[in-house]
Design a protein around this ligand. Structure first.
Ligand code: URA
Length: 211
């Protein structure tokens, strides 16, 4: 399968942390901490092509020109609720980003996304939006989120997930070939209930201890 828009961020630390997360014996405290840490490592790669602007500063020795990211033009959109588990990881590296919330649940019959909450900040020209959801399974929720963000005129959209299934990546790529996806691992496939195999179970339940 040729997945052109996907970057699997390969790193021994990511593999190590992800293996602990996958284990059914890992509890919520460690699960949350590891999701934050892996998100930080993903963010490093996913932000690599952000533009910088030149700024004049004085060092203790002399005047110089530095480069900075325009963080007021960056918005993180966690898909509620599991996406919240990735929010602090990005914010620790891009602390002035704005946050846009999008609540979507998956209809258990059709597996299609149903929106129940949307609150986006104003987007400026050349805005960058990072949509985050730990589990890119069927891809329908993320596709829906991309559609919503595009309706506000945003052109630069990046998706970050912890795990991805090939079916979901393909689904997004077919509709939005311009959107880049960064993930920590591309798993084998989806099972009949649209869970990622081998996966790590229900990310929301493990994050928020709801089972
Ligand atoms: N959502 C999850 O939390 N886990 C999966 O495996 C798929 C979707």
């Amino acid at each position: 399968m040729n997945l052109r828009n996907l970057t699997v961020v390969e790193h021994p630390l990511i593999k190590h942390k992800l293996t602990i997360m996958r284990s059914k014996d890992t509890g919520p405290k460690e699960f949350r901490e590891l999701l934050k840490e892996i998100t930080q490592l993903l963010t490093y790669e996913a932000t690599r092509n952000l533009p910088t602007i030149k700024v004049e500063i004085e060092t203790p020795i002399q005047h110089t020109i530095g480069e900075m990211v325009e963080d007021k033009k960056i918005t993180i959109v966690p898909i509620l609720r599991a996406g919240l588990g990735m929010m602090d990881g990005i914010l620790s590296l891009v602390p002035n980003a704005s946050i846009g919330f999008l609540g979507i649940y998956r209809d258990p019959e059709s597996l299609k996304p149903v929106e129940y909450y949307l609150k986006f900040p104003p987007f400026s020209e050349n805005h960058y939006v990072f949509i985050v959801d730990p589990m890119l399974a069927t891809g329908f929720s993320i596709r829906y989120a991309i559609k919503k963000v595009k309706e506000f005129g945003v052109k630069n959209i990046i998706v970050m997930s912890l795990l991805a299934a090939p079916e979901g990546v393909k689904n997004i790529e077919e509709e939005y070939p311009d959107v880049k996806i960064f993930t920590a691992a591309l798993d084998e496939k989806l099972n009949d209930h649209a869970y990622i195999i081998p996966g790590l179970g229900d990310a929301g339940d493990r994050l928020f201890r709801t089972k």
